[in-house]
Ligand binder design. Sequence first.
Ligand code: FAD
Length: 645
Amino acid sequence: MSVVDRQEWDVVVVGAGGAGLRAAIEARERGARTAVICKSLFGKAHTVMAEGGIAAAMANANEHDTWQVHFRDTMRGGKFLNQWRMAELHAQEAPDRVWELETWGALFDRTKDGRISQRNFGGHEYPRLAHVGDRTGLELIRTLQQKIVALQQEDFKETGDYESRLKVFQECTVTRILKDGGRVSGVFAYDRETGRFFVLEAPAVVLATGGIGKSFKVTSNSWEYTGDGHALALLAGAPLLNMEFVQFHPTGMVWPPSVKGILVTESVRGDGGVLRNSEGKRFMFDYVPDVFKEKYAESEEEADRWYEDPDHNRRPPELLPRDEVARAINAEVKAGRGSPHGGVFLDVSTRMPAEVIRRRLPSMYHQFKELADVDITAEAMEVGPTCHYVMGGVAVDSDTAAARGVPGLYAAGEVAGGMHGSNRLGGNSLSDLLVFGRRAGWHAAEYAQGLAARRPPVDDAQVDTAAAEALRPFSAEAGGGGEPGPPENPYTLHQELQQTMNDLVGIIRREGEMEQALHKLAELRTRARRAGVEGHRQFNPGWHLALDLRNMLLVSECVARAALERTESRGGHTREDHPTMDRAWRNVNLLCTLADPTGGLAATDPARGQIRLARETTDPIRPDLLALFEKEELVKYLAEEELYE
Ligand code: FAD
């Protein structure tokens, strides 16, 4: 039996981004002793990269905005596949979560009369994104971090120990959820610096680990996004929902190659930036789909008037939801009307004075100046689609954020599925993190407290198995795990995985290519069991990657299998061989589970695949929520039998 340090907590939050920190604050405030554990340094989570803002119907910029309009926009953006109760709670509670941030010290940009300023974003009917220049995520994390420190100071006054009720384990990775029977009993983790293993015993675990973008070659995501939480949930027995929906943000940098994929915020278009092809044409007018025709301007003149008079003009088509814009850019490039480096042009320089650009888009100005030697106040940017966000995720209860089928497991933020349907609107992630982070922390604390002394014990055998699994890359030379063949380099495997997902399960998908991808994934899985590293557990990034590969391969298989199964195009899932949205698929969810229900991977033949797929019918949308839409609009989305009901 391995000797591993153990600590007891009530709630363990895996992830210290917006969702994790908000969950931890809530759990601690409700009296639960709470541990937060994160791969990066405290305050460095991916959320700090969020630029444009937090969507909340506060009606500061347009008095007509309400939670009902926000709900409507979110459902339209998600093409009605959203878990509607989540979209409802999100729209209702987002304003309170933003105001709460202000009371904790956040400083948002202001309107002239001193209210929180709100900006336009794609798919939002009114200006709705509360923001801090284009560095909103940084302010959000700074504020939540400050709140955590304040709570720790309170605890110090009472107990003499800052970490008695709320402790952050930074630069530590969780590799397994531990269970007692069906229930959560804790997590197994290692310290990234020293390689030391440890266990946090807790009856409730909140997953807040973010997304999966590092499985794709061109991505806006940070190094942390290896789908760990998705994989941990699967391995613990919780299903993943609708993993085929991956958002390709329309505007990532395309040049130089070293920065390809880095995000160009949607605020650029929200603030007036326009997209042009190599012929100088504002091509988005040619790509407004029928379902959105009534809401978007037909001419450049009307689109331009909208910025000054939104009540009497329709929105520019550059502000269509992201999936539409990404597909349009892809089509223009494919038709030979792209920019020199394979993107299109995004121009603010002819639309705003230089000084306004520098004030409203400071990060973009510096990003292009420093990384591409482009002055965006004087010339157009070159942009193209980049893998940005995963709508699919852990299947959760809308109200409590409890993961389906595993008592004690919760998920919030990007790792959770359902909220955004088939496509997320910009700004709806930061609000999602706060609304559902709070709910996850609240219900996890309540669940843990409800167990009182009957806490599920941690099973030593599971700890030993987790330790052996984590050590396997060091014995690859001896054929790690009994697999025949030479040791494999984890970096090579990662590159091949990224190329496979990018080329074969990317923005435009075809049946044959996805089948090819599944074959390649099977090969990579077999080779990954021999992923080997040299040296020791201290400071060993190759070892970390070898462990992350398990997660990326699991998640990539979910994406590929679900994408092959869904024979329609909807939101972030575009099939060239099934190019239209099919109403018969409107109420179908695809659920991925692990083929081996015991949560083991060794028993499963990697070549056969590790994921099983099942269909389920979604809950009917509540009639009072459906009544928020015109009948003519619903006819475009809902399945025949739903309309009849
Ligand atoms: P994260 O902030 O990513 O946090 C994940 C945490 O989990 C990290 O602390 C990580 O270390 C930890 N973790 C992961 N795996 C493990 C593990 N195995 N063990 C321990 N810890 C682990 N959304 C908006 O709404 N508005 C915007 O303006 C916006 N701009 C964006 C700009 C960019 C460039 C990008 C890439 C995204 C943007 N998004 C935006 C999306 C949004 O930032 C993310 O969806 C959101 O921040 C995810 O937050 P999270 O709390 O779910 O996860």
